[in-house]
Design a protein around this ligand. Sequence first.
Ligand SMILES: Cc1ncc(COP(=O)(O)O)c(C=O)c1O
Length: 398
Amino acid sequence: MFKNDQSAYGFRTMAIHAGKCASSDTGALALPIYATTSFGYGDFDSGERRFAGVERGFLYSRFSNPTVQVFEQKMALLEGGETALAASSGMAAICAALFGLLSAGDELIFVGTLYGGTLGVMQTLLPRMGVNVLGVKDVGELGNAITAKTKLVYVETPSNPTLEIIDLGAVAALAREHAVISIADNTFATPYLTRPIDLGIDIVVHSATKYIGGHGDATGGVVIGSKQHIELIRTAGVKQFGGCMSPQDAFLFVRGLKTLPLRMEAVCDSALAIAQALHRHPLVEQVFYPGLAAHAGHDIAARQMKKFGGILAFTLRGGKANARRFLNQLMVITQAVSVGDVDSLACHPASTTHSAVPAEVRLQQGVTDQLIRLSVGIEDLSDLLTDIYAALAALTLE
Ligand SMILES: Cc1ncc(COP(=O)(O)O)c(C=O)c1O
């Protein structure tokens, strides 16, 4: 029988088999979808014991569901964490973690740049609930910023959309020293490239919508960490706020994870080649890709990532007008705001993902009007390069 033990097998084997149901009535190889809201508990006493948490067993799918539980176990094993909680989206997972752990009067510090949605929660909702939020530029500023009230340190690496790299080991060491909980959004790297918990981070969050699903057909999120943390997060995030994952989506995520290593290898190789091509092009002002030696976080990325990821960003000469022209010329690459799909997707973050972020904060975060984000898919690299060169050839400099 499969051991469900990360030390016994390689990542590709774990991606296929980890979390497998130990027992199945039918011998079905594909994960059964338990499309049920409720689970009969037999008799009065059993119901009482299950609600009191002294008897194992499912009760209601908002609390837990067998299909969703397999996804949770698989993610915990792949990330090297004790346990996991699945949620209805990446934002539901992030909010579950934040609202499950923070109380009024606490302080949260985030380091570097963050996805616009996360930034929105930190700048609007958390302060309204009495949590003080502070952003610091880099890890060098973090040590001095931590106070007795600091409860959480939050990072995203590589960050969306500017691909900033944060030294996870350094963040984890500072957090431990000050008895602060550390959280890393590992959406862009995935556990195939980086395992933050191995580097000392306490909690990992993901938008499973991206590489974990990989096909752009399911929205979900997941939080991985210790049993103690995840219990608090489960109570707030899915039992109380109700942001649970559906069993149908959990099935798609479990299926998606099986090809994660293969997809990541393909997108990392193509993204590096595209980043190098853009870096050499005269109409490209700057390329943000941690795989380029010129990237400020290259050395740290080389240490903490297996490869450099499938997402890059770049600025074009000629401002927003050329960004618009470039995007409108693309034929193979689709204009859309997600990332991590098998299809290549490109967007203009300033007018889309970060449009709700106040202009000065957006600019501080490096989201300028000429910035384009590209999530590289698994199409033929030659077709992607042809598409990009043709779009660049259509640009003019006024
Ligand atoms: C890094 C990162 N974290 C979290 C999210 C939110 O995920 P979701 O859209 O699944 O809620 C996103 C979405 O783009 C993201 O890029």
